[in-house]
Design a binder for this molecule. Structure first.
Ligand code: TYD
Ligand code: MG
Length: 473
């Protein structure tokens, strides 16, 4: 008889062993870190006031009986027993978006799109919703009214009879409509505005975001419906909400770009179904986001020839080669300590390059102010732009212009050597495509098997030798 009473209040000593232990722990709602006491500042993720009380019931070992497992739910498989059917992706009708997603939307996957306010998240997903024909789409907006969406759609000059719009913030209602409509694609704009009544806190709080994502995820996985979630971004540029949000979703795409520039870059930060080194480039115009298929033309301004201090670098961003303009200004320091500042390029790397120029090539730059700018507001991590950076600096220092039909690609080492860079043939092909006359590349490395090129390839191995070739002719 007493076997059925699971947790009796009054027990004798032999039953006491089977009693579950009730323990209170505190869990960080952002990263899931646990602590026995409440703390204000999470030592793991650095967030403030994210700890919430959780009651944990520890069952005694005998309570976890092997026969309580339902073997039909899941079971272990051998690799050979799993069918290797390739996933059928949904074409988004947008080449740049397909590229970042790794070839299209995967059914049942959850994609989180983050970015600063006004960068174009809603525009892009609305465009996608209106372009996808013959699929039922549900676009849920917690931010805008139906009229506002209509105005935006008019601006995009698009229509789609299979697309339904819902202005709602309650998760329960949204899921009810989703159940009724059974869409082939669900869009939520934005996850921070949705709230479930099962939690007391307001929309946008860490626990709400987590619960709502969980609810949507369960639906997506069981019905194989892809979901696009739009996410806000915090002041420091990371996605607002719990860090586990990023662990829960399959793909995280992030919008980058400055408001004063018209182009936007969509980068894949996490992708369970594709590469994270991909990026898509869009141009924000009067009628929405246009795909940019030849980005080099966007960043290059080949007209103002004859000015000193600029050099063209051939960089690789994501998987694509890109010609970009590096601008430098070198002037005598007005005050004691010379200034070094850069936009779009790491200032520490700039200091290193200046030290290499001073020590290995004998250029006196320690008393000069050096300003460096990557035109177009893009920021580049590719070390292959080093060669263009030092060329622009010296061009400004000596006031000798560099021909705009010359491109540069090479990393500078601490001893002044010009080091090999990856995908050199792709870089050369990009220079060729944009009609460059010459490209400077590092000597050695992989042999290049490119034939019938119009662009002249000049291989260099040391900075001293390189400057002689560049300026003394
Ligand atoms: P929006 O897509 O609402 O950004 P988010 O959802 O990321 O906050 O806003 C995009 C901005 O772009 C907005 O300031 C208006 C502008 N815009 C255009 O320039 N062209 C267009 O066709 C549209 C629809 C918007
Ligand atoms: Mg929006």
């Amino acid at each position: 008889m007493h076997k059925e009473t699971l947790y009796p209040i009054f027990t004798n000593s032999h039953q006491k062993e089977k009693m579950p232990k009730i323990k209170t722990i505190y869990v960080c709602q952002n990263c899931g870190n646990q602590s026995p006491k409440w703390i204000g500042h999470c030592p793991s993720c650095g967030e403030w006031n994210t700890y919430e009380e959780k009651i944990e019931i520890k069952k005694s070992k005998s309570a976890i009986l092997p026969d309580s497992v339902n073997y039909e739910d899941s079971q272990p498989y051998r690799l050979s027993e799993i069918s290797s059917e390739s996933i059928k992706r949904i074409d988004t009708c947008n080449r740049e978006l397909n590229r970042v997603l790794g070839g299209g939307l995967v059914p049942g996957s959850i994609v989180l799109i983050g970015g600063e306010p006004g960068i174009g998240k809603s525009t892009l997903v609305l465009q996608l919703a209106l372009d996808l024909k013959n699929r039922k789409i549900l676009y849920v907006s917690g931010e805008e009214s139906i009229q506002q969406i209509k105005i935006r759609a008019n601006r995009l000059k698009k229509e789609n009879e299979d697309c339904f719009f819902l202005c709602e913030t309650s998760l329960e209602k949204i899921l009810a409509y989703v159940e009724k409509l059974r869409p082939d694609l669900l869009i939520i704009d934005s996850i921070q505005t949705i709230a479930t009544s099962s939690i007391e806190s307001t929309a946008g709080t860490v626990s709400q975001i987590r619960e709502c994502t969980n609810g949507i995820m369960k639906y997506a996985k069981t019905q194989s419906t892809p979901v696009l979630l739009i996410g806000h971004i915090t002041k420091d540029g990371s996605l607002a909400g719990p860090k586990i949000l990023e662990h829960m979703v399959d793909t995280v795409l992030q919008f980058e770009g400055e408001n004063q520039y018209f182009y936007r870059i969509l980068r894949s930060v996490k992708n369970r179904f594709g590469s994270t080194s991909e990026l898509g480039i869009f141009e924000m115009g009067d009628s929405g986001m246009k795909e940019v298929l030849n980005p080099s033309e966007l960043f290059l301004n080949l007209e103002d020839n004859g000015l000193s201090g600029t050099a063209i670098a051939c960089a690789i961003e994501g998987n694509r080669p890109l010609l970009i303009e590096i601008q430098a200004l070198v002037s005598s320091a007005a005050y004691g300590t010379p200034q070094r500042s850069s936009t779009g390029f790491d200032t520490r790397r700039l200091n290193m390059l200046l030290a290499v120029l001073e020590k290995r090539a004998g250029f006196k730059l320690s008393s000069k102010d050096v300003f460096l700018n990557i035109a177009g507001g893009i920021s580049v991590d590719d070390p292959a732009i080093d060669l263009a950076v030092i060329s622009a600096i010296l061009s400004s220092n000596f006031n000798i212009p560099i021909d705009k039909n010359i491109a540069f690609s090479g990393e500078i080492g601490l001893s002044g050597e010009i080091r090999a860079v990856n995908r050199i043939s792709q870089r050369i092909m990009e220079a060729e495509k944009l009609g460059m006359k010459k490209i400077f590349i590092p000597k050695g490395g992989k042999s290049i098997e490119l034939k019938n090129l119009k662009v002249h390839i000049d291989s260099v191995s040391q900075v001293g030798e390189f400057f002689k070739k560049l300026f003394k002719k």
